[in-house]
Design a protein around this ligand. Structure first.
Ligand code: AVI
Length: 324
């Protein structure tokens, strides 16, 4: 870990090495169904595009979850208790954390964890100004890999992992269970997990959320190729791909692809990547759960649902889980 002093914040830098990213991307492009890991969406531009997605009229997730947080933050804070250490893996702009921070009793520290260094520092600096008495300990890391939680100045009663935004939906069930297990271990036997989960609903509502009329989601998807060009010496021509997202009702998930418009050969450094006309690169799954289905998934990770908060339409949920 290499601390770098930025104004009054110390960034713990546990960012993955570029060589890991290259290997991961190449191995995904070598399989029969080509894939690109969705975690690489979030470079500086990708994070900004994601923030823009969250503001879109069709993308109900952020607005609905924020509404749940604002309505029920006091109850959530009561359930979590006083003097907690709040850790947020994949914190992004830490938007949904504020209602919680406003209601928590004497939080010991807030640890935002994000892979995008610039975005993380922006958010951490903003929170530092808004909550001058709160210790903010940003960690730049890929939360899919192991990362260390810094020790706060004051001793915490328990560690709460806050995992909003339905990010858990971007994991296939087996990986979701593994991730929930890791979050359970990180929070310890006395800790808990506060998690945002998107729920199943009408196919049109779901598909519109991932095919917005302004094309921001398309730009977000295509930015993955731009990032490969920049960071890994790629030569993808973005104009020869189109964004595609559809809901697979059998699997209960949105499937997002980049479709090749013609037969083409690209390079990543020395490596060749060939695509046929209409061949799809799978870039993301976004699972939509039922409350019962999610409780079963959580139980496989040794977690029990303690409380559930939702909106009037039952489109989104925030669950408080603790170790069984
Ligand atoms: C971060 N994650 C929960 C988003 C989602 O809805 O699955 C990512 C996203 N992909 C396209 N739009 C938003």
């Amino acid at each position: 870990m290499q601390p770098a002093q930025i104004v009054s914040l110390t960034l713990r830098d546990q960012h993955p090495r570029a060589v890991d990213m290259r290997e991961e991307i190449l191995s995904g492009l070598r399989t029969a169904q080509k894939t690109l890991p969705c975690k690489y969406f979030y470079d500086t531009r990708g994070s900004k595009l994601f923030d823009a997605i969250c503001e879109l009229p069709e993308y109900y997730l952020t607005r609905t979850e924020l509404g749940i947080m604002e309505t029920h933050a006091a109850n959530m804070a009561a359930a979590l208790g006083a003097d907690v250490l709040l850790v947020e893996p994949g914190s992004g702009s830490s938007l949904k954390t504020r209602p919680l921070l406003d209601h928590l009793s004497r939080p010991v520290a807030y640890v935002p964890v994000d892979i995008s260094r610039a975005h993380l520092l922006d958010a951490a600096n903003r929170l530092n100004r808004l909550y001058p008495d709160l210790e903010v300990l940003p960690v730049c890391a890929d939360f899919n890999q192991s990362f260390e939680i810094p020790t706060p100045r004051r001793r915490a009663s328990r560690t709460i992992m806050y995992f909003p935004g339905s990010t858990i939906g971007n994991f296939e069930p087996k990986s979701a269970i593994q991730l929930l297990k890791r979050l359970r271990r990180l929070s310890g036997s006395e800790g808990g997990l506060l998690i945002g989960v998107d729920l199943r609903k009408d196919k049109t509502v779901l598909e519109n959320a991932y095919n917005d009329s302004e094309g921001v989601t398309a730009a977000f998807n295509l930015n993955l190729l731009q990032r490969i060009n920049r960071d890994l010496e790629g030569d993808f021509d973005l104009a020869r791909f189109r964004h595609h997202a559809s809901y697979n009702a059998d699997e209960g998930r949105i499937e997002m692809h980049l479709v090749s418009l013609d037969n083409q050969t690209m390079h990543i450094g020395e490596e060749c990547v060939r695509l046929r006309e209409n061949e799809h690169i799978l870039t993301e799954y976004s699972y939509k759960h039922t409350l019962t289905g999610f409780a079963v998934l959580a139980s496989k990770a040794g977690l029990a649902v303690q409380q559930v908060w939702s909106d009037d339409r039952r489109w989104f949920s925030v669950l408080y889980l603790s170790a069984v």
